[in-house]
Write a protein that binds this ligand. Sequence first.
Ligand SMILES: O=C(O)C(=O)C[C@@H](O)[C@H](O)COP(=O)(O)O
Length: 298
Amino acid sequence: MEGIPEVMKMAEIIVPVLTPFNDGKINIELLKEHTSSLLKAGVDRIFVNGTTGMGPALSPGEKETNLKAVLEVTDKVIFQVGSLNMGEVKSLAREGKELGVKTIASYAPYYFTGLPKSLIVRYFKEICGEHDEVYLYNYPSAVGKDVDAETVKEIGCLKGVKDTNDSINHSLQYKRVNPGMKVFNGADTLVMTSIATGLDGTVSAAANFVPEVLVEIRRKVSEGKVGEAMKLQFMVDELVSLAKGYGYIPSIYVLVKGIRGYDVGNPRPPLFPLGDVERKELLDKAIKIMEKYNKNEA
Ligand SMILES: O=C(O)C(=O)C[C@@H](O)[C@H](O)COP(=O)(O)O
């Protein structure tokens, strides 16, 4: 196995890219501009139609629209295809293959509780039948079920997992039980820890608004400058905690415009955009947090 610094240097920063809407319709140009900006900032791959991208609220056509827009900018894409319609899931998986997408992903069937493990196993095996590189997007608190390391072993065909989990140990179990599998953690608060523990990287919504900071965390960790990496992580933690107070996904649109300086449209109801007063309040507080850390006052 490569030396620890090498493993950390290779850790990927993957962004679950937001979906820019104007008047309820996807603004393709804004999505392309945002994608391009994040790649320039050092993000390694774009996770399309994730949670932050409002994936569960998108039609199959809109999921395709997002994919095609991002493919105009880069092929470094993970195409999330999950939905509660197996036919649509398989059709999107085939579409991804036809468009040359290297990796697709899916969350488990959500909302329906009490599903036997055999049904979850079958769901992912059916997707694997349509594409040769399928990742699990494991998000127990949103999906209502945990597709754990042993279940992934039983599924047998998954090549990676994005585990949105506050427990880094939960993510590490995928590595223990399924050697060779790519494992990423999806919690914004575990960017540094994910890289430092030898996971394959992070999938962080915060990469939409502070991509350079996440790239810097990776650099500091790989150079052994843990204290400096920790400070940057704490700044991200405070920004994320602040944003969650206003509604995380709608706040991300405001933070991208306020911090990165370009428009990314709005979220689509029922994720209602922030009002003018909230937008100003959020941005004022976010700038103060960043200034505090940049002046080393933290
Ligand atoms: O948006 C996506 O697809 C992600 O990976 C990140 C996502 O798992 C989400 O930001 C996690 O938020 P919480 O930790 O559940 O607040």
